[in-house]
Design a protein around this ligand. Structure first.
Ligand code: GCO
Length: 479
């Protein structure tokens, strides 16, 4: 079959998040975020690693942008640290913080790289957590809108693509159900309440943007299409439950302004439904609060089976060991539980490797929401070896990415409107829970040197591969 070409203006790029790359965690007046605090609690992250220095992008952004230009990146997705703009979350904005991102944006544009900005990638100001419990209070809505507005006003002349909240389905579930991210709560009622407030904050900021600015704005969700372990209708029903519970519940509200009825019903039976006022419903249903695109972070698919137990709710936290086969069972009693997929290989962190799943993801999301799709993350977390020659032969990463780019190409040929692909990640960076051993980048960052501030950058084999892919607009994927 002859495939359609990638669109001429396809956004080939890479992505990152402030906490995972910047370091400089107390410099130039930056306030502390919930992550700055959380990583200091013993046992929360792999060997107690933190982002105090990370890969020191704050001081080395120019070097990183030059490497991006060398690879030919058309776009770079990064997040802004709320605590650099408003050290206390609200109040007076910091001129130094505003300048840092303004300089970064100018540098990207000078290198013909389009900046895609994530407004919130998990690093909530600790001051707001202390003041009113962060996402659990409606007070966060005006604070979030004011923060977003400050970014639109300062960067809206140069930034045309905005992501409001990164992986709301991850930071809310990990923060309030699995207790593996801050604020480390295990309470489904509080989870759904916080999630509802996050939805209102997103809707209000999106509406404000559409009323005052040009450009495109949307979310980034972690999306793992779900398969049933086999054709048993009970397992198929479980797959539908998991799809609703893990994905549609979170995305439908963005796209349609209301929650799926089946989940609402189930929440009411469990006594954990969020309170929705008439004003909330009106804001969520406002056409100006609709996103312009659906951003997807795609890493893997999920496979599930029926889970007969009647009540209770829980999901297992991720495998952070870097040892295959140590994944815990996960699921919601009565709805679904995880199963092994015998057809798929896994990474060292037990993530399924499934390029066909990306094609399925793009088709499902496009036909459900009728929105263009921006793939805001995709990549392989792996152990890499730095040779004495400073080369890194990551053929496994090239293979992974090549198969996923092929799947995108197929989906485009299926008729899905895919506007861009920002891989995770450009340089190696801090994995929130896994430290620095799980690497995703095209550029190796050497953290093992005597002086950690050295942090030298070395392009991996995959860097040159991606350069070729971009230069040929996806026509030449190598062998
Ligand atoms: C990790 C994760 C992250 C996420 C990203 C989500 O290992 O910490 O894989 O890197 O992919 O932050 O948006």
């Amino acid at each position: 079959k002859k495939l359609k070409s990638f669109p001429k203006d396809f956004l080939w790029g890479s992505a990152s998040a402030a906490y995972q790359i910047e370091g400089a965690y107390r410099e130039d007046g930056k306030g502390l975020s919930v992550w700055d605090q959380f990583v200091r609690i013993p046992g929360k992250t792999f060997k107690g690693t933190n982002g105090d220095v990370a890969v020191d992008h704050y001081h080395r952004y120019h070097e990183d942008v030059e490497l991006m230009a060398k690879a030919g990146l058309k776009a770079y997705r990064f997040s802004i640290a709320w605590t650099r703009i408003f050290p206390n979350g609200n109040g007076e904005a910091s001129a130094a913080g505003i300048k840092f991102y303004s300089d970064l944006i100018d540098d990207l544009i000078a290198h013909n790289i389009e900046p895609l900005v994530t407004i919130y990638h998990w690093d909530l100001p600790q001051a707001l957590q202390d003041e009113y419990q962060g996402w659990e209070s409606r007070q966060i809505i005006p604070d979030f809108v004011n923060y977003a507005k400050t970014l639109f006003e300062n960067y809206g002349d140069r930034v045309k693509h905005w992501v409001t909240l990164n992986e709301q389905n991850v930071f809310i579930q990990h923060g309030y159900l699995m207790a593996s991210h801050p604020p480390a709560v295990k309470d489904p009622k509080r989870m759904y309440a916080a999630n509802h407030i996050a939805n209102l904050a997103n809707a209000a900021a999106t509406k404000y943007f559409h009323e005052h600015f040009d450009g495109e704005i949307g979310p980034s969700f972690a999306y793992s299409p779900v398969y049933a372990v086999n054709a048993d209708p009970e397992n198929q029903l479980a797959a539908d439950n998991a799809e609703q519970f893990n994905s549609y519940y979170w995305m439908d509200i963005y796209a349609y302004g209301h929650y799926p009825d089946a989940i609402r019903q189930w929440q009411e039976e469990q006594g954990i439904a969020p309170e929705i006022t008439a004003e909330d419903a009106a804001l969520l249903a406002d056409p100006l609060a609709r996103p312009d695109f659906m951003g997807l972070n795609y890493y893997q698919t999920a496979t599930v089976q029926a889970n007969p137990l009647a009540d209770g709710i829980g999901l297992a936290p991720e495998n952070t060991t870097g040892k295959k086969g140590t994944k815990q069972e996960s699921g919601i009693p009565g709805l679904f539980k995880s199963a092994t997929n015998d057809y798929l290989q896994t990474t060292d962190w037990d993530w399924n490797i499934d390029p066909v799943g990306l094609r399925i993801a793009l088709r499902r999301i496009n036909s459900r929401y009728h929105l263009p799709v921006l793939i805001t993350e995709n990549g392989l977390g792996a152990f890499d070896t730095l040779e004495s020659s400073h080369e890194i032969h990551d053929d496994y990463r090239i293979h992974f990415l090549r198969e996923h780019v092929k799947a995108i190409h197929e989906a485009i040929s299926d008729g899905v409107q895919v506007v861009g692909y920002t891989t995770w990640s450009f340089t190696d960076l801090l994995s929130w829970l896994n430290g620095y051993q799980k690497r995703y980048g095209f550029v190796y960052v050497d953290r093992d040197e005597q002086d950690e501030r050295e942090l030298a950058r070395y392009p991996k084999d995959s860097f040159y591969w991606y350069e070729q892919v971009i230069a040929t607009n996806g026509e030449d994927l190598g062998a």
